[in-house]
Design a binder for this molecule. Structure first.
Ligand code: FMN
Length: 355
């Protein structure tokens, strides 16, 4: 019971901290990327088609609402506002970790509200890889059923766990649990990092486990090390969390490490429709945003819709100016990559993984 209360109240702390503090750290690499301008786009801005197919589903836009919340009654309006926007814009959405509701079914409505508000949208269930290992497929099944999900994100957050004194510090057996899930589950499984990125080597093992997609959740957006440092300023997490606040693989570098290896969602520091266009050109299929949608979701349905409408327009302008009428052609647009991001990518090429 103690753990049930702590999972739910920790989630509420996270919302408050992400809303009130500067929780971003490191760099995503997007500012080092430039799209090649098309002086003669030869298409009309009004006919830009942002539609995309992913895991057999059709999305009106590659912008994805990344997993954030649930597991507390204060999360109900947040998930409702996000889901209403997902339904209206025809985009996908992930709910936050469903652990709290799996421990205490009374909290299920804070997740189920998403399906009520978005009867047709692509919704992604969410479970930690450690909970998967410890509780098996039954928890994954219940998580999917709770929101009638089209896919499940299994999240890895070992940076955050390592910072928290009460975190799960034993990562053994997770890959095996993932492999078993992928083998025995009919719903697509997405392995999702939460802000520290996925390297080419690790991606190889994740694909071999049989996942349908990877959400790279790279460095440069919300830093869970920093969130934990802020959550317990007087505790041991404070110093450790700050020390590791920019630990990880920048989203753009992670994207380049695995471009072309399978369906990829780029999340972590995506801050505009222009970043979404850059993500597509670098090989992403969808681009996820969490933190930028939190404040609007805590405000109102209209605030979320305004935010997403703005990002969608930015994406359309970026596609138009790149001469890409469709997402398929946006993926072929050339990019220039400069600065530290370029240096990191060149280092990968000097020493390809497996060498
Ligand atoms: C308030 C908040 C809560 C989050 N909770 C979860 C979660 O429960 N499960 C999960 O997989 N990711 C969670 N995330 C991580 C995001 O889905 C995303 O991977 C990460 O924040 C990087 O994206 P961003 O830079 O756009 O915030 C959360 C993010 C935020 C901001």
């Amino acid at each position: 019971m103690r753990e049930q209360i702590s999972t739910s109240s920790r989630k509420l702390d996270h919302l408050r901290i992400c809303r009130e503090h500067r929780v971003e750290a490191g760099f995503s690499g997007f500012s080092d990327v430039r799209l090649v301008h098309a002086a003669l786009p030869e298409c009309s801005l009004s006919e830009i088609d942002t539609g995309v197919r992913f895991l057999g589903h059709r999305f009106a836009s590659p912008l994805f609402i990344a997993a954030m919340t649930g597991g507390h009654r204060d999360a109900i309006p947040i998930n409702r506002n996000l889901a209403l926007a997902a339904e209206r814009f025809g985009i996908g959405m992930g709910v936050g970790s469903q652990r709290a509701a799996l421990e205490d079914p009374e909290l299920e409505n804070s997740f189920a509200v998403a399906r009520e508000a978005a009867p047709r949208a692509f919704l992604c269930a969410n479970l930690g890889v450690v909970q998967l290992r410890d509780h098996g497929i039954e928890w994954a099944e219940r998580a999917v059923e709770m929101i009638d999900a089209q896919a499940i994100c299994i999240h890895a957050n070992f940076l955050q766990e390592a910072i928290m004194p009460e975190g799960d510090h034993d990562a053994r057996g997770c890959l095996e649990a993932l492999t078993t899930l992928c083998r025995e589950f009919t719903v697509p499984v997405i392995l999702k990092e939460t802000g520290a990125g996925v390297s080419g080597e690790v991606a190889g093992r994740i694909w071999a486990a049989g996942v349908s997609a990877i959400d790279i959740g790279g460095l440069g957006g919300t830093s869970w090390a920093r969130v934990e440092a802020i959550r317990s300023p007087a505790g041991p997490s404070a110093r450790l969390g700050e020390r590791f606040s920019d630990w990880g693989i920048p989203t753009v570098v992670s994207l380049r490490e695995m471009a072309g290896t399978g369906p990829v969602i780029a999340t972590g520091g995506v801050r505009s429709g222009l970043d979404v266009a850059k993500g597509l050109a670098l090989g992403a299929d969808l681009c996820g945003m969490a933190l930028p949608l939190l404040a609007p979701a805590m405000e109102s349905e209209e605030a979320v819709e305004n935010a997403i409408d703005g990002y969608t327009k930015e994406l359309a302008v970026a596609m138009f100016l790149s001469g890409a009428r469709t997402v398929k052609s946006m993926k072929k647009v050339r990019t220039w990559i400069t600065g530290t991001t370029r240096q990191m990518i060149e280092r990968i090429q000097e020493k390809p993984y497996g060498s």
